[in-house]
Design a protein around this ligand. Structure first.
Ligand code: FAD
Length: 477
């Protein structure tokens, strides 16, 4: 009797424990991907990630095809579909890799129970994270709330399990009548095709993910610690979109960096691994505190007097706030479905602190526009920046967008790439066009308020305003 292998956030053959276990059973495998009504704990699949999902599924279909198999694409309620498939095929077991977002866990628990009642075993495996979130607990048996002790505990746990190589021989079952054409899922934008530039930046599929990893380890891991904060350089791994859909496993990434320590300074290696550990920490938080995407971790922030000005929010999403580093970041997001981490921190701080717009609006916008949208990383990062989260950046740490731009993009290359209308502006004013003398603006063909906006708020005013609001929230608590 066959077994069902259910692909979810693990669109890969390499280091796929459920696939490996299915192969070991020696039974024919029915490989499926279900388009569920909701994709993760935070709401519907975002448009940018839908684009990425389409191409990642296409690549997985091809990879399975090379092994003589088919990826059956089906849409609807997962439990109903699995029951139908079991009835039709006589399958006796369902295998999958665990997911850790709250809605995913709820669905999987319900399905496991319902299948067990029918005498069907559902077997789940790890692989989305380096370590299962339940393995890392404080001495008191409680979840971690701050990153540094979490990292120490993760280090103590030792190396993650070795990644498993992809299978070379698999017995598949093909049920063509059961599969829907991918095109019918309409995951790609049509008119307008706002994702037209994505394909120049992102190459889908496992092979591309592994090439990216090798390229990063060979060329950019050395110097990562120093260079990772410069948005104009391609100095980070750019693996987050692959990780978001499980096209590559974190254990594979961890393992591939292992050998690099002979060539690469330990500080760079450790720093990179610490970033992977931030991902683990975000999942640890969402696993133990499922309300992370929706509720202030620190409920003192519940009383915060958000302004939520619609015009300001619109200016932020379009990249027309008048602060070049913020606008460049928001336009990179629109054009590439991605934004450099340093700039994510700057634009998030600007939204929450300068514009006093609730972090949940920013989190939702990022979810819709990021190719790497991830329920845990996104929610944890937004709460961190907003000062409402676990281990949050202190609320009074307010980024000055002009100084941040000058520090991390000193020659303005990043700004010039995404804001062509500022391309000819002198370095001295590239992050502060509002301070430039009329003659400088004129020689760069800039008309403030016409070709490029005036600032939507004055940063010094906004800083004082938000600090007063925060102090009042604190006093009122
Ligand atoms: P690298 O520097 O190469 O890091 C390697 C991997 O470590 C990343 O791929 C990622 O999985 C993990 N990582 C790195 N930084 C962080 C971090 N601060 N928190 C958690 N994991 C991290 N990341 C997402 O994957 N999805 C999101 O939806 C997301 N939303 C964010 C929202 C805000 C407001 C902020 C400030 C950060 C957010 N991040 C998110 C974290 C981070 O910006 C991205 O993971 C990183 O920019 C991805 O680029 P990279 O793969 O080149 O990272």
């Amino acid at each position: 009797r066959p077994v069902i292998l259910w692909f979810r956030k693990d669109l890969r053959l390499d280091d796929n424990r459920a696939l490996h276990a299915a192969c070991k059973l020696g039974r024919p495998i029915i490989a499926i991907y279900i388009r569920e009504p909701r994709s993760d704990g935070t709401g519907p699949l975002g448009a940018a990630q839908a684009w990425w999902l389409h191409h990642s599924l296409e690549s997985l279909e091809m990879a399975l095809g090379k092994l003589g198999g088919r990826l059956h694409l089906i849409s609807g309620d997962a439990l109903d579909l699995l029951c139908d498939l079991i009835d039709d095929s006589g399958a006796e077991m369902v295998l999958w890799n665990r997911r850790y977002d709250p809605a995913g866990i709820a669905i999987d628990t319900r399905i496991k129970r319902a299948l067990a009642e029918q005498g069907i075993e559902a077997k789940s495996f790890s692989g989305q994270l380096l370590h299962d979130p339940s393995r890392l607990m404080t001495g008191a048996g409680t979840p971690y709330r701050t990153y540094t002790p979490f990292w120490r505990a993760l280090e103590k746990l030792g190396e993650p399990d070795d990644p498993l190589d992809p299978p070379t021989k698999v017995k598949f079952i093909d049920l063509p009548q059961k599969s829907e054409p991918l095109a019918e899922w309409r995951l790609l934008p049509t008119k307008p095709d706002w994702a037209s530039e994505f394909k120049d930046i992102w190459v889908p599929g496992e092979e591309a993910a592994h090439r990216r990893l090798t390229d990063f380890v060979e060329n950019d891991l050395q110097g990562y610690r120093r260079n990772r904060d410069q948005p104009s350089r391609r100095a980070t791994s750019l693996l987050s979109p692959y990780l978001a859909l499980g096209v590559i496993s974190p254990a594979r990434i961890w393992c591939e960096t292992r050998g690099s320590s002979k060539r690469v300074p330990v500080a760079d290696l450790v720093h990179f691994r610490k970033e992977l550990a931030w991902r683990e920490f975000s999942y640890h938080l969402i696993y133990h505190f499922p309300e992370l995407p929706n509720r202030n971790w620190n409920d003192r922030m519940d009383a915060f007097p958000w302004q939520n000005d619609k015009k300001h929010f619109s200016a932020w999403t379009k990249g027309v706030t008048g602060y070049p580093i913020v606008d460049a970041g928001m336009r990179q997001l629109w054009r590439h479905g991605f934004m450099h981490n340093r700039v994510r921190m700057i634009v998030a701080s600007f939204l929450v602190k300068d514009l006093m717009i609730d972090w949940r609006h920013g989190e939702t916008w990022f979810r819709e526009t990021l190719v790497d949208a991830d329920p845990a990383n996104n929610a944890a990062s937004w709460q961190w920046v907003a000062g409402s989260g676990a281990d949050a950046s202190p609320f009074f740490r307010i980024f000055n967008p002009t100084l941040q731009g000058e520090k991390f993009d000193p020659d303005g290359s990043y700004v010039r790439e995404f804001i062509p209308e500022l391309a000819n502006l002198d370095n001295k004013y590239i992050h502060r066009p509002f301070d430039a003398p009329a003659s400088v603006l004129a020689s760069a063909a800039i008309k403030l308020g016409t070709t490029y906006p005036e600032p939507v708020v004055d940063h010094a005013f906004a800083r004082d305003r938000v600090l007063v609001a925060y102090a009042a929230t604190k006093d009122g608590a």
